[in-house]
Ligand binder design. Structure first.
Ligand SMILES: [Zn+2]
Length: 136
């Protein structure tokens, strides 16, 4: 595992989208990705019990729709700060972008003091519980 300087602008972008756009049960997480050309693409999850896409995957599709086919860094933010990708997203993200950096919160610190890490192995990680609705 390597740590890198955190793309704070990216974290801030996701945080802002989470704060201002995720106000219901359908959209509970935001994600932001830094494309190779420098632009930031954001998205929110589309919660559904059938398995609606997480914010990270929405960002991948949204970025492609905007012609950004190479993503360098991604971060997801919920109402409790930076959230690591679930297993499904981790697999998809690494298949799409093998060199992608994923911003995760440091284990000891409460958000926001994330460190960027890169992991190729989709080990047992956080479950999709973090993608479920956070509000009653
Ligand atoms: Zn996910």
């Amino acid at each position: 595992m390597h740590t890198h300087d955190v793309d704070q602008e990216l974290v801030d972008a996701a945080t802002e989208v989470a704060r201002t756009r995720c106000q219901g049960d359908r959209h509970t997480m935001a994600a932001a990705a830094r494309a190779a050309d420098g632009r930031i693409v954001t998205g929110v999850n589309a919660y559904h019990f059938t398995g609606g896409p997480c914010a990270e995957l929405v960002v991948v599709g949204s970025a492609a729709a905007q012609g950004a086919h190479d993503l360098k860094t991604i971060v997801a933010v919920g109402d409790r700060g930076v959230v690591p990708p679930c297993g499904r997203c981790r697999q998809a993200l690494l298949d799409y972008f093998p060199a992608l950096q994923i911003v995760v919160a440091t284990p000891t610190a409460s958000a926001p003091s994330p460190s960027a890490t890169f992991s190729r192995t989709p080990t047992s990680g956080p479950t999709t519980s973090s993608m479920r609705r956070h509000r009653p």
